[in-house]
Design a protein around this ligand. Structure first.
Ligand code: GDP
Ligand code: MG
Length: 322
């Protein structure tokens, strides 16, 4: 039994928080080794819990809202894990610290687990650790896994795409802000939340959202728009009702399984790309080719295709032998 399996067992039997924290750290450090080192048959729909992405601009009130959602889910007897993803960008200065403070009241609750993670992997793209940690928490019988991300760039929106369902949090006046990756957010939203609805401009923002959704061709399957004031709180129960409805609908229609399948396929491709790039880079002929490109004796595109053609031929020969 591996160290990781031992920790899983310890957490499952005794609820040992230290074991859980160490598990997540293992995954964060090296998600691939963690997965490779495990022999439990976790292959397909192992996630029991629903992964809810919560995304939006910095300061939109995501953490305050997540804190309210946690309280609401707990009151209903559900267990909740929260993953706050640090975009490691200039936007995030102090954000994670703020998140901790805003969710502090739940840290003593054994039914709640809160953790922050970095969004960027060693190659700069989406970290393999985020989906793997989410999958781990899902397999540990948390009913809800809330993933808070800042919806500013492509990678952040990609993380939202890793969820079973996604809340996009905006504020009144959102239409004027240029910080958010709007097109990306429209694509991933299952529910729009207009938070800080205690401020002016709620009606305009709602109309803007409706227009954008219509332009995006979503008039057929209407995406709910819920108004909240997380600080009071106001609108949280309505939001939870909508979240439950989305979960129900996705589950019943089979779309949940489909999304999870797509997610696994994407992760497979991402990991394969990485392994492929790393192993090919170590081959002598590829190193020579890279040098030739550097010196200008070969053109980058032509050289890449040439390497690829050689690899395919070599692979085919080997497969024919077997
Ligand atoms: N007026 C008002 N302020 C809010 C509301 N929700 C959150 N805030 C405040 O907005 C600030 C940023 O909130 P936070 O949850 O950290 O935003 P995040 O960066 O999206 O996680 C904090 O000072 C909150 O108290 C709301 O509904 N109304
Ligand atoms: Mg936050």
């Amino acid at each position: 039994v591996s160290y990781a399996d031992d920790l899983v067992e310890r957490y499952r039997t005794t609820g040992d928080r230290g074991a859980l924290a160490r598990l997540v750290s293992l995954v964060e450090r090296d998600a691939e080794s963690f997965r490779l080192g495990r022999n439990i048959g976790e292959t397909t729909n192992e996630e029991a819990g629903f992964v809810l992405g919560v995304t939006g601009s910095p300061g939109a009130g995501k953490s305050t809202l997540v804190d309210r959602l946690v309280a609401n889910f707990r009151a209903a007897g559900d267990t909740v894990a929260v993953v706050a993803v640090d975009p490691s960008s200039p936007f995030s200065g102090g954000a994670i610290l703020g998140d901790r403070v805003r969710m502090q009241r739940h840290t003593q609750d054994p039914g709640v687990y809160i953790r922050s993670l970095a969004s960027h992997g060693h190659l700069g793209g989406l970290s393999v650790a985020v989906p793997e940690v989410v999958r781990l928490l899902g397999s540990l019988n948390f009913d809800w896994i809330l993933v808070e991300t800042v919806g500013v760039g492509q990678v952040e929106v990609e993380i939202a795409g890793e969820a079973d369902g996604t809340l996009v949090v905006v504020n009144p006046g959102w239409g004027d802000s240029i910080q958010a990756n709007k097109a990306g957010l429209m694509e991933v939203a299952d529910i729009f939340v207009i938070n800080k609805a205690d401020r002016d401009g709620v009606r305009n923002t709602k109309r803007d959202l409706e227009n954008m959704l219509e332009l995006g061709g979503d008039s057929g399957c209407s995406i709910p728009i819920v108004e909240t004031v997380s600080t009071e709180p106001r609108g949280i129960e309505e939001l939870v009702t909508e979240i439950q409805a989305v979960r129900e609908r996705l589950s019943r229609s089979g779309e949940l399984d489909e999304r999870r399948g797509d997610r696994r396929a994407r992760e497979f491709s991402r990991v394969l790309d990485g392994i492929w790039r790393e192993s090919l880079g170590e081959v002598g002929a590829v190193k020579e080719m890279r040098n030739a490109v550097k010196c200008g004796t070969r053109a980058p595109i032509e050289a890449a295709h040439s390497v690829m053609a050689d690899v395919v031929v070599a692979l085919q020969k080997r497969l024919e032998k077997e």
